[in-house]
Design a protein around this ligand. Structure first.
Ligand SMILES: [Zn+2]
Ligand SMILES: [Zn+2]
Length: 658
């Protein structure tokens, strides 16, 4: 890195050399047109008479060549190389200065040097001013940006657009609008900046009116509108825009649609569109692939995830950190830890993101030891843990019930790494303490939070009360939870569960009545399993699956064997004050049991069964899965909303701590 002292001297020298050439060649005075290659303003008024530039005609070719070299160095990030060429130049024109200026403004830490360099330019042109204001806009220093904009002697469209875009990106639409109205010759960029700005701050009505008024609507404007509608969950409007596009869609447009679908929980549509995009001959980029892989994770579509992995290899993205990290996450979330690990091991360059993905993969699968081991290895590799790392580490402790270690990490976050705990860290700790039976401590931690607790914190406390059958604390947590979110079904259901666990059926009935009065609907539970190329979905007490009879028979057969092996149903999870026998039936037809029984029927003997559930697995199903894994002699994996349970030989990887 060049020190400031070393930096300034060569410029003085250059200036000196520059003027000496003037003295030596008085006849070579020529008015220099400020012909910048990237942005030009050949306005003659820019070249004022007392600031004439003198370049010999014979020099012009040389300057042109050397300018090209400087620009190339700057593009490839070799600023020192650019400086060497610059310092060696006998004569320079404004393009030379501007090219170097671009290099300095690329690095936010060298803004002071950039400013000094600007001050040294003998004849800054519009482009020089634009470079300065645009980089101050990028770095968020709007006062400086504005002052350069104001000083710009002759503003071109780029000068205006830089400021308009800057304000629009900060959602300061009033200021953007003022400049936009003042601008005399607006171009497509100006219109796009306004449309994107309104989209960004969620004012879709204004965005649409600008979109309609724009004289030319390019792909950027269409894509901005699509992105806006998707963000506002107006999927149908986004679809209509996409369909009506009068210009050719580009990769960004396709990505906006695909990621929009995935973010709106319509992963299947996202994956379909992705296939259509490939058919259209568009090659995906890392950001698009990340969305698609996220879609695969949501749907647990491992088969498709693998196909995308092949595509990644074909598209020579095998070394792209973003794409590989998305693949690792996809494998983890689809339950294939081995393939995730293989990919992770093979990655040559790893920043904190892939480490986080792998650690949190192990954490979700309850493999705390591996997660913590990897965390240690990460620090040994001099990778600094961030906020996400600690969420994963605390999750690992949480899923393994490692209370003391978790507490230690929670304290060391700030102390050793300067990472302030946020709400997700606190929720994790509340859950950890609560499930370990330290309900008082958990409740104290919630009270000590430096911000307003979220519903999820009371939800975690309430869940812990269910495990530990603590009615008093459950009533408190449920009350708080419903204050924050009156339509939270868990606030009622979990409380009812706690009452049921204590056989307080009148209280259960009271809670259910209140829930009904408040129009809160419990999210219906369903599970799904991938068999061949199809995903089979089951609701609790499913009625329409074509193979329901054989599934019920299989479950009855399993139940007999389970009872012989010592299974007794956990009736509290039936949650209804009905005949015991009916409760047993209700439990037996829980969606995860239906899906597992279907897997037993369809998948080869001894092979692994993997089931996904949209809610947390219930206590009775958890118990039953352990028995089934032993009876059927196969591994059963159930992914619920919080983690993976690996059932094998009659026990679960979570050690019944969940
Ligand atoms: Zn169940
Ligand atoms: Zn488990």
């Amino acid at each position: 890195m060049l020190s400031r002292y070393k930096f300034r001297r060569p410029f003085k020298l250059c200036k000196f050399r520059f003027f000496s050439s003037y003295v030596e060649n008085p006849e070579a005075i020529s008015k220099r047109s400020s012909s910048s290659t990237s942005c030009s303003s050949s306005n003659p008024s820019l070249v004022c008479s007392n600031n004439l530039t003198i370049i010999k005609h014979s020099d012009q070719g040389e300057i042109f060549q050397l300018n090209k070299i400087i620009a190339r160095c700057v593009r490839s990030g070799d600023l020192d190389g650019a400086l060497r060429v610059f310092n060696g130049m006998r004569v320079k024109d404004t393009v030379t200065w501007n090219s170097l200026l671009v290099g300095f403004t690329k690095d936010p830490s060298r803004m002071r040097e950039a400013h000094q360099l600007f001050d040294e330019i003998p004849e800054p042109d519009t482009f020089s001013y634009n470079i300065m204001s645009s980089c101050y806009v990028r770095n968020g220093n709007f006062d400086k940006a504005r002052s350069f904009f104001k000083q710009t002697p002759v503003k071109d469209a780029a000068s205006w657009n830089t400021m308009i875009t800057g304000y629009a990106r900060r959602s300061e639409m009033e200021k953007a609008r003022e400049l936009f109205d003042e601008m005399t010759e607006k171009n497509e960029v100006s219109w796009n900046a306004m449309i994107s700005g309104y989209v960004e701050c969620g004012d879709l009505e204004m965005a649409l009116s600008f979109f309609k008024a724009a004289p030319v609507r390019g792909v950027v404007a269409w894509t901005a509108m699509i992105t806006g509608y998707m963000k506002a969950k107006k999927v149908e409007l986004a679809e209509a825009m996409f369909k009506d596009m009068t210009v050719k869609r580009n990769l960004v447009t396709w990505n906006a649609m695909i990621s929009g679908y995935v973010e709106n929980s319509l992963s299947e549509d996202g994956l379909k569109l992705f296939k259509a995009m490939l058919k259209d001959g568009i090659r995906p980029n890392p950001s698009g692939l990340s969305s698609v892989l996220l879609g695969c994770s949501e749907l647990s579509a491992l088969r498709l995830g693998r196909q995308i992995h092949q595509l990644v290899c074909k598209a020579t993205l095998c070394n792209d950190v973003t794409t590989l990290t998305s693949l690792i996450s996809m494998y983890c979330k689809c339950g294939d830890l081995d393939d995730a690990w293989k990919l992770f091991k093979a990655m040559k360059r790893k920043d904190v993101v892939p480490w986080n993905a792998m650690i949190s993969g192990y954490a979700q699968h309850g493999k705390a030891e591996k997660a913590l081991c990897l965390f240690r290895e990460m620090r040994e590799n001099k990778i600094r843990p961030d906020r996400i790392t600690f969420v994963a580490v605390l999750l690992a402790c949480n899923h393994a019930g490692l209370v003391d270690i978790g507490m230690e990490f929670f304290d060391s976050m700030v102390r050793d790494y300067g990472v302030e705990p946020r709400s997700d860290h606190y929720s994790c700790m509340v859950d950890l303490l609560g499930r370990a039976g330290k309900l008082e401590e958990a409740s104290k931690l919630i009270k000590s939070m430096p911000f307003r607790p979220h519903a999820v914190d009371y939800g975690a406390l309430l869940g812990a009360c269910r495990v530990h059958k603590n009615v008093e604390m459950a009533e408190f947590a449920s009350k708080k939870l419903l204050e924050l979110n009156p339509r939270n079904a868990a606030g009622y259901v979990q409380l009812a569960n706690v009452y049921a666990s204590r056989n307080l059926w009148e209280d259960v009935a009271r809670v259910r009545k209140r829930m009904k009065q408040s129009n809160v609907v419990k999210v219906p539970g369903y599970s799904w399993i991938e068999i061949g190329n199809n995903i089979h979905q089951f609701r609790s007490s499913e009625r329409i699956h074509p193979e329901l009879d054989s599934i019920h028979n299989k479950l009855k057969e399993l139940e007999k064997k389970m009872i012989l092996a010592g299974y007794t149903p956990e009736l509290e999870f039936a949650l209804r004050d009905v005949e015991e026998e009916h409760k047993e039936k209700l439990l037996l037809w829980h969606s995860e049991k239906l899906a597992v029984a279907f897997g037993c029927l369809k998948l080869p003997q001894g092979s692994r069964i993997q089931v996904f559930k949209n809610l947390r697995i219930c206590g009775d199903c958890h118990k039953a899965m352990k028995f089934i894994s032993e009876i059927e002699k196969r591994e059963i994996i159930v992914r619920d909303t919080t983690r993976f349970h690996h059932f094998k030989d009659g026990s679960c990887s979570c050690g019944d701590y969940w």
